[in-house]
Design a protein around this ligand. Structure first.
Ligand SMILES: Cc1cc2nc3c(=O)[nH]c(=O)nc-3n(C[C@H](O)[C@H](O)[C@H](O)COP(=O)(O)O)c2cc1C
Length: 182
């Protein structure tokens, strides 16, 4: 079983940390109720992807991965998605930089976890664009769909609701191809 780090003062659905620890994809959880929406959980796949460790990540807003010169217009689109109460889930392609200083394009999927109709947590999943992309993207899509299916089962037994039609999940590869023309 993989590792996951979490802030034990955060109010997370039962079983969530175990689920993200087991995941084959990079998963992060941010607390939307806290000032500046800090990360409260992340798995080893995320630490591997960005090169930072848990002490450097938990408690921080995930924008620290964006380049010094800024991430461009996609940053505003992420902000708007997070603050739009009607928005459920979405995918973004964002320029990021690893701890080692290596720039990469990060395909970020976000979904909201609500309780009593209030957005409390955001699930974020990261996918690093690179070689053998089509095959990797297909594997990634399958693994993330499975995690979301399990998260839905897990939250069905409680008063948590995972928002999203999961349409935004469709084909990371086509989103990557489109982003080249933006
Ligand atoms: C759960 C979660 C994971 C995120 N992961 C990343 C990431 O890996 N890279 C990134 O550049 N931004 C990521 N973001 C987006 C930023 O944290 C931030 O929301 C975005 O930059 C827009 O807000 P700002 O204008 O306040 O920076 C993530 C957001 C959330 C909620």
């Amino acid at each position: 079983m993989g590792k996951a780090a979490f802030d034990d003062t955060a109010n997370l659905p039962e079983g969530l940390v175990g689920l993200i620890g087991k995941s084959e994809v990079s998963l992060t959880i941010a607390d939307y109720t806290r000032p500046d929406c800090p990360l409260v959980a992340a798995n080893q796949k995320f630490f591997d992807l960005c090169g930072y460790d848990e002490a450097e990540v938990i408690g921080k807003n995930c924008r620290f991965l964006q380049p010094e010169g800024g991430a461009g217009p996609v940053r505003k689109r992420m902000r708007e998605y997070l603050d739009d109460p009607r928005a459920t889930d979405a995918k973004f392609v964002v320029p990021n930089v690893t701890k080692q200083g290596e720039p990469f394009l990060n395909v970020i999927y976000m979904s909201k976890l609500t309780r009593n109709d209030r957005t409390e947590l955001i699930l974020g999943s990261q996918f690093r664009m690179g070689n053998a992309m089509k095959e990797m993207a297909a594997l990634y899509d399958r693994a993330l769909s499975e995690d979301l299916r399990q998260l839905n089962l897990l939250t069905n037994e409680s008063n948590w609701v995972v928002l999203g039609s999961f349409e935004a999940l469709a084909s990371s590869h086509s989103i990557i191809a489109q982003s080249k023309f933006e």
